[in-house]
Design a protein around this ligand. Structure first.
Ligand SMILES: *Cc1c(COP(=O)(O)O)cnc(C)c1O
Length: 409
């Protein structure tokens, strides 16, 4: 398995939709084939449509506030005494995280196809919150499918979705969580695809949703590429790009523009959620798993028991608490272009503490996992190495957990 040069990674799948011949695909019911095919055709056209690109760039800039900052963390660098630590502050975006990039593109596609509504699924509620925010901006009706159990656990995000005018559809089947919400949302989409566009909140799901999301979040590395060149005059000899990995949309978007650099020059390190130190449960299928399974219409490394049943995950960060991972990352793992590791809940909390002690930056628990790895690596390296962490979310959403676990926010 090899990565091809000069072709975008999102396009390096075979005719059946598989990356590396085995990750991704379209494991969907017959009834979904037509709407999925229609969306594939539309997206293929829109990607080449200059007016559409201009529109995307306009809203990224004038609504989401792109480009986001690229800053040096001087105090943390001095304290750790090794590699330089920098941050790409993607949490600057309207909505406080990168999910707004994908949600914006999906709403623009919906408008282009003449649809008046969007639907989407959500687990912890952030994907739903961002989609409802974008739907409100573009005057679209919005339905969010959410497990009944999650609705109880994630009240602030549900309030935010309702405030944005979205209707939350509680899902009572199965485990009453994300997995069931996805199935229910797809079922709804099949019967309403003439009027409704469906959005998947990360680089997961059937092939086309992986592609649209990866295409949208690549904005992060497009900005970063220019910012690094401006700062250093070139791409330095040793760069390490650290990003937490849940579904994998922020990390893929953070890396895409650097895909064809040698990994000795620009290394990609993905950090998954290792869960509580004392628990066997985790959300790190790339780090600890080796078995491929099917989840949400795609083949991928996924936490599963010996019978192939999807296993429950555990993590302090809601955004990383997902048993599977994007087929793009499975491909990057197998080709060895990226390396994956995990940080525990405790390590993420300590990293949050250290970053906020030294810097005026408040990363949410997801990027705190990536900072944990930066803190481990930096002292072993010298100042010629540039570590860049994607600070993809803001800790405001985690204030209750942080108060409970650290006694402060
Ligand atoms: C949703 C979320 C993630 C995890 O999703 P990816 O698709 O892996 O990016 C990470 N960080 C934040 C802040 C999130 O909201």
């Amino acid at each position: 398995m090899k990565i091809k040069k000069n072709i975008q990674l999102i396009d390096q799948h075979d005719k059946f939709g598989f990356w590396g011949g085995k990750f991704g695909g379209n494991f969907i019911p017959e009834t979904l084939k037509k709407p999925v095919e229609d969306l594939e055709i539309l997206f293929k056209k829109l990607r080449k449509d200059k007016k559409f690109i201009k529109e995307r760039d306009y809203y990224f800039k004038n609504w989401l506030g792109s480009p986001t900052r690229f800053i040096k963390l001087h105090n943390l660098t001095n304290y750790l005494g090794g590699a330089q630590i920098w941050a790409k502050v993607v949490s600057d975006l309207n909505g406080g995280a990168h999910k707004s990039l994908n949600a914006t593109v999906h709403c623009l596609i919906a408008k282009r196809s003449g649809k008046k509504s969007v639907c989407g699924d959500t687990g912890a509620g952030y994907a739903g919150k961002m989609l409802s925010m974008a739907a409100k901006k573009f005057g679209l009706k919005c339905k969010i499918f959410m497990g009944a159990k999650d609705i109880k656990r994630q009240k602030p995000n549900c309030d935010a979705m309702r405030k944005n005018g979205a209707e939350i559809i509680p899902v009572y089947t199965g485990s009453q969580t994300l997995v069931d919400a996805v199935s229910e949302c797809m079922r709804y989409w099949v019967s309403n695809c003439d009027t409704t566009h469906m959005c998947v909140g990360s680089t997961v799901g059937p092939n086309i949703f992986v592609k649209i999301c990866g295409w949208s979040t690549s904005q992060i590395s497009r900005e970063l590429f220019k910012q690094i060149k401006k700062e250093f005059g070139r791409i330095p000899k040793k760069v390490k790009l650290l990003n937490c990995v849940g579904g994998g949309s922020s990390s893929f978007g953070f890396w895409n523009e650097f895909m064809h650099y040698d990994k000795k020059q620009v290394e990609f390190i993905g950090i998954e959620a290792g869960g509580p130190k004392k628990s066997k449960r985790h959300a790190a299928p790339l780090t600890y798993g080796s078995k491929i399974g099917i989840l949400h219409g795609a083949a991928q490394y996924v936490n599963q028991d010996f019978e192939g049943q999807i296993e429950e995950t555990e993590s302090i960060s809601a955004g990383l608490d997902y048993p599977g991972v994007s087929p793009l990352h499975c491909f990057l793992k197998d080709t060895k272009r990226a390396r994956y590791t995990a940080a525990t809940d405790e390590e993420a909390l300590s990293a949050y503490k250290l970053v906020t002690k030294f810097e005026n930056l408040s990363p949410s628990l997801e990027p705190s996992h990536a900072f944990a790895e930066a803190i481990k690596l930096a002292p072993k390296l010298n100042k010629d190495t540039i570590i860049i962490v994607n600070s993809c979310g803001d800790a405001h959403k985690d204030r209750d957990i942080l108060k409970q676990r650290l006694g402060k926010f």
